[in-house]
Design a protein around this ligand. Structure first.
Ligand SMILES: NC(=O)c1ccc[n+]([C@@H]2O[C@H](COP(=O)([O-])OP(=O)(O)OC[C@H]3O[C@@H](n4cnc5c(N)ncnc54)[C@H](OP(=O)(O)O)[C@@H]3O)[C@@H](O)[C@H]2O)c1
Length: 282
């Protein structure tokens, strides 16, 4: 009998992946079938399979301690979550077309943003860096055949590394509109998007009502100090707080809070094609 690993071009085998036949079969089904068969992974990842608001699906993920911290005061976050939480993050990466981080995360962590702990294809890597604070030597620019996008403020002079697309977007009141970022990813064929952090980046997508789903993975650690998961505008009354519709799942010693934000997600106008100047470096 043919192994499921040979049935799908989506199923890239990673040398560092731990054996996980249940995941391998799920991945084959995810990219190959209209309906996902029942499996333990199906309730968690089914929403990514069929976008409901428009043609895009946007999921945020954040790994935090029980007291809502994502990193130490100095910005160290490797690793807040336990092994199963980390595997979950790599599974999310394997299911999306693009992973997005803010400049703060690249400067603090120099992450690779690839799929390594499970089998699967690494998504395109996108960084929001309006002031072009990154240099040409971060791991995210490594030449591994994966699409790479550097989003900077309109008019910023940058000399991107080879094979990196530069996207220039307007900054209004200190922010690039998350909806505009998503539309630009859409026109580049990137429709399933993971907003991986950090706090500032996810918070801006949340405030802009640009998330379909939010995965908050809580690990049984109390840090007592450090950076908070979210940075949202202050509210006066509890009834103004964002109340989330949530399902929970155990991931080893971590708990995944799978938050459904479809009720508040704005519809993106995905037909415009004259949004930005994009250029590929040589
Ligand atoms: N535990 C976890 O799950 C997790 C995940 C990721 C990161 N982290 C940790 O989080 C920390 C970094 O988080 P952070 O909140 O400081 O930084 P961040 O969210 O990674 O990056 C924030 C910066 O990105 C740019 N940016 C993002 N969205 C933007 C928008 N819509 N418009 C304009 N600019 C935008 C801005 O850059 P400029 O400041 O250049 O204008 C902003 O200051 C690190 O310590 C990292 O280790 C933890």
């Amino acid at each position: 009998m043919t192994s499921p690993k040979l049935q799908s071009p989506a199923l890239i085998q990673n040398v560092s992946a731990e054996p996980n036949p249940e995941w391998d079969q799920f991945l084959v089904n995810f990219f190959g079938q209209e309906q996902l068969p029942n499996s333990p992974l199906q309730p968690i990842f089914e929403p990514l399979h069929h976008p409901t608001t428009d043609s895009m699906f946007v999921i945020g993920q954040i790994g935090q301690t029980m007291d809502g911290r994502i990193a130490t005061v100095s910005g160290q976050s490797k690793y807040v979550n336990g092994p199963a939480g980390l595997t979950h993050l790599h599974q999310l990466r394997a299911l999306v077309d693009a992973v997005v981080v803010g400049s703060g995360t690249v400067l603090a962590d120099n992450p690779q943003l690839t799929v390594r702990k499970v089998n699967g294809k690494s998504p395109a890597r996108v960084v929001i860096d309006p002031r072009a604070r990154l240099n040409r030597h971060h791991f995210i620019w490594q030449d591994d055949g994966v699409q790479k996008i550097w989003i900077v403020a309109e008019g910023t002079l940058v000399n991107p590394p080879p094979q990196v697309s530069l996207v220039q977007l307007p900054v209004i009141e200190g922010s690039i509109d998350p909806a505009l970022i998503l539309k630009n990813l859409f026109i580049q064929g990137l429709k399933r998007v993971l907003i991986e952090g950090g706090a500032e980046t996810i918070s801006r997508f949340l405030v802009a009502k640009c998330l379909d789903r939010l995965h908050i993975i809580v690990t049984p650690i109390v840090m007592g100090s450090g950076r908070l998961s979210f940075n949202l505008p202050p509210i006066e009354h509890m009834d103004q707080a964002l109340r989330l519709e949530v399902k929970t799942h155990l991931l080893g010693s971590d708990v995944l809070f799978d938050c459904d934000l479809r009720n508040q997600r704005i519809v993106l106008n995905l037909v415009q094609d004259d949004l930005v100047q994009t250029r590929n470096s040589e």
